[in-house]
Design a protein around this ligand. Structure first.
Ligand SMILES: Nc1ncnc2c1ncn2[C@@H]1O[C@H](COP(=O)(O)OP(=O)(O)OP(=O)(O)O)[C@@H](O)[C@H]1O
Length: 445
């Protein structure tokens, strides 16, 4: 995002936060000359560098339109501070001449007529050893793949770079976003989560950017959007692949400039928001199919992190299960249960593991696996219900009753007895749920 923090009075807040996180080092940048082609890129690993046509410049750009000492680039947590050094042909961003601006990694500038991409130094993220511990900020993982991810998360601690987290549903993408927020310089600010797939399409723009009173039918009051709520913190955009095409340019602009325009508003507002996005889709395929803008994809995927499915890292099952058991109030998990868990396929990833462990904590046994391997076991268990000497409906009701009790127990275990949360999760009306619980003697715990 383009802004100058020192002009917005953020300096004092920034220095306090940096004081709390003493070892932060901004993520390095990779500077590439797009036009004229064929010149060497430059790695800005720390501090500052001078761009110019003089052979003594840190980053030499050979073009008659580039001054000998043209501009200075300095790494900062938000990306790179660009300062024009009184060049003849100027430094431009999004078609505007700039004297001094902070640009996020993933931006492109023009130095004279030369076009330069300021990308994240993703190579430096991949260098170095895996994280030594099997836990990073509440994310548990003993596998090499997860410890590599932890090392990347640690390396990103000094940066507010935009990150795209990719992986199947339930692999822990939101947990990664939380860790990115907690480890960042804006950790004291809010973390706002928006599930782009869960909002009616015509309300997405207003949810993200807010709306003015009367902006559309039903906009009775002005409303703040998620970007504004996340000002000074992190905005986690879950299921970004579901973002409607007509809203994509608005998000691109907000990422490029840090400026928002509420639906129906005339003026814009400036925010400082770190964006983390997540998707279970292959976004490149969405780009290919014309459902996702390519420019927005590159703006979001400045750093990409792919979280592997649980079946690709079976050594994580035991430590994660033990942690989830602790969280469910179950001090220890017997080794036999661990072995049973390890034999499952976990199409629902860690979320499925969590549900199973919570059910075990509530019921004392692992509920049946819905995967193909266990379909036989389920059929055998159901066969025990069949009594051809009794009417069908009475038997079916008895089965449903048994399922209801098991379901309600698991629901209460998940919500720690909170009936409002239980109603929300189950989709049952609060009063009806209360009656159902009372009928099964589960109302008061
Ligand atoms: N490595 C892990 N260690 C501990 N808990 C985990 C881990 N990964 C995931 N979880 C837990 O599993 C559940 C699902 O994780 P999360 O909501 O982050 O997944 P997700 O990938 O964002 O899912 P979705 O794509 O459906 O939004 C959460 O309760 C989370 O705390």
């Amino acid at each position: 995002m383009a802004h100058d923090p020192s002009e917005e009075g953020l300096d004092s807040a920034t220095s306090t936060l940096i004081h709390d996180l003493p070892d932060l080092k901004p993520l390095g940048a990779m500077l590439r000359i797009i036009e004229p082609a064929g010149q060497k890129p430059h790695r800005l690993a720390s501090g500052k560098c001078i761009i110019g046509s003089a052979p003594t410049s840190d980053f030499v750009v050979t073009s008659p339109t580039v001054s000998r000492t043209h501009a200075e680039l300095e790494l900062v947590p938000d990306g790179v501070r660009v300062t024009d050094l009184g060049s003849r042909n100027g430094t431009h961003y999004l078609g505007q001449r700039i004297e001094r601006a902070v640009l996020s990694l993933g931006s492109r500038i023009k130095v004279g007529a030369a076009e330069i991409a300021i990308d994240a130094d993703t190579e430096s993220l991949e260098e170095g050893a895996a994280y030594p511990d099997d836990e990073y900020r509440n994310i548990v993982g003993a596998s090499y793949a997860m410890r590599r991810i932890f090392a990347t998360l640690e390396r990103l601690e000094g940066s507010l770079v935009t990150v795209l987290v990719e992986g199947e549903s339930g692999v822990g993408k939101e947990l990664i976003a939380r860790a990115l927020h907690e480890g960042s310089e804006v950790f004291a600010g809010p973390l706002v989560v928006v599930n782009c797939g869960a909002i009616p399409r015509d309300l997405v723009a207003s949810e993200l950017f807010g709306h003015r009173r009367g902006a559309f039918t039903g906009a009775v009051e002005a409303r703040k959007g998620a970007f504004e709520s996340a000002d000074g913190g992190t905005l986690f955009l879950d299921e970004i692949g579901e973002l409607p095409l007509d809203v994509q340019p608005m998000l691109l602009r907000a990422l490029e400039t840090g400026e928002l325009r509420a639906v129906g508003a005339d003026g814009t507002r400036r925010v400082r928001v770190r964006v983390v996005a997540a998707t279970h889709r292959m976004l490149e395929e969405e780009v290919e199919a014309g459902r996702f803008r390519e420019d927005l994809f590159y703006r979001l995927a400045v750093v990409r992190m792919r979280i592997p499915p649980l079946r690709e890292r079976p050594e994580d099952i035991e430590p994660i299960a033990r942690r989830l058991a602790e969280q469910a109030g179950q001090k220890s998990l017997p080794q036999t249960i661990i072995e049973q868990l390890k034999s499952r396929t976990f199409r629902g990833n860690v979320r499925e593991l969590r549900n199973l462990v919570q059910a075990y904590a509530a019921l004392g046994y692992l509920p049946g696996d819905k995967s193909a391997a266990n379909e036989g076991a389920l059929a055998a268990a159901l066969a025990a219900y069949v009594d051809l000497d009794r009417p069908f409906l009475a038997q079916k009701e008895a089965l449903v009753e048994d399922f209801t009790v098991v379901y309600l127990r698991a629901l209460l275990a998940r919500t720690q007895g909170n009936q409002s949360a239980a109603a929300r999760i189950s989709g049952l009306d609060r009063t009806y749920l209360g009656r159902l619980l009372a009928r099964h003697g589960l109302g008061k715990r």
